[in-house]
Ligand binder design. Structure first.
Ligand code: COA
Length: 212
């Protein structure tokens, strides 16, 4: 245990994964949610849960040492991460004890690395990213802010991923690839050529299916 009290914003699926990831390193976990049904119990995963329609930390009645946004949607998670940062809330970086995080990687606050994921040497990962269960970020990769690597997604060495891109479950990218901001790489895809911003690319090999 290294941390005191962690605040997780959200109570959806990603918040649940964050709780599982963080409970090895924080003594106490609180939730803040805009889901009114949580009001009925004021508990979530056995932890205190507070309600705020605006996700405002002013709704809390107890202090916290660090905070992280547990919302799966990339843009929402990044916007709330920026808001916490602007409010001077200390942002947490949460790493599961079974994840392999290189001492030479740069992982920014507000990002989580879930069980059995790997982030290799000289990789950089921006604020508000999710490196999900078993995902791989190879050496020298550069991930922007608000990126989500779903479970078992894998990036070869020196791959660059723009802000808020989503690499879906089991998708992979070869080395030296660029994936543009906001783009979505469908489940199981194999990216062997760079993908522009704001597109959905699917298949093996991955092809652009449509633009946003
Ligand atoms: C990529 C994804 C998000 C796209 O969803 P969407 O925007 O609703 O896209 P659509 O379902 O409208 O699909 C558009 C087309 O692409 C195809 N397509 C979508 N995802 C595909 C995939 N992974 N592989 C191959 N084709 C795919 C669809 O069959 C559809 O083809 P059609 O126009 O011939 O019918 C979704 O398909 C996906 O892969 N989800 C996985 C999510 C995930 O990783 N979850 C884990 C979270 S922890």
């Amino acid at each position: 245990m290294t941390g005191g009290t962690l605040l997780i914003l959200g109570t959806g699926g990603h918040a649940q994964s964050l709780w599982e990831t963080a409970r090895y390193s924080y003594r106490r976990i609180l939730f803040l949610t805009n889901d009114p049904t949580v009001l009925e119990t004021q508990q979530f995963c056995g932890c205190p849960a507070y309600y705020s329609a605006e996700n405002s930390t002013r709704a809390l009645r107890e202090p916290f040492d660090a905070a992280i946004v547990g919302i799966g949607d990339n843009r929402t998670r990044l916007a709330l991460t920026h808001r916490l940062f602007a409010e001077n809330a200390p942002l947490a970086t949460i790493v599961h004890p079974t994840a392999a995080l290189s001492a030479a990687a740069d992982v920014q606050p507000g990002t989580c690395i879930l069980a059995q994921a790997a982030v290799n040497a000289l990789a950089s990962v921006g604020r508000g990213c999710i490196i999900n269960t078993g995902a791989v970020v190879e050496h020298g990769c550069r991930l922007g802010e608000g990126v989500h690597l779903s479970p078992r997604a894998a990036l070869g060495g020196n791959t660059v991923v723009g802000d808020c891109a989503w690499i879906c479950i089991g998708a992979s990218a070869a080395h030296n690839i660029t994936i543009g901001e906001n783009s979505v790489i469908g489940a199981g895809a194999a990216v062997v050529e760079s993908v522009p911003p704001n597109v959905l690319a699917v298949g093996v090999p991955a092809r652009v299916r449509r633009s946003f």
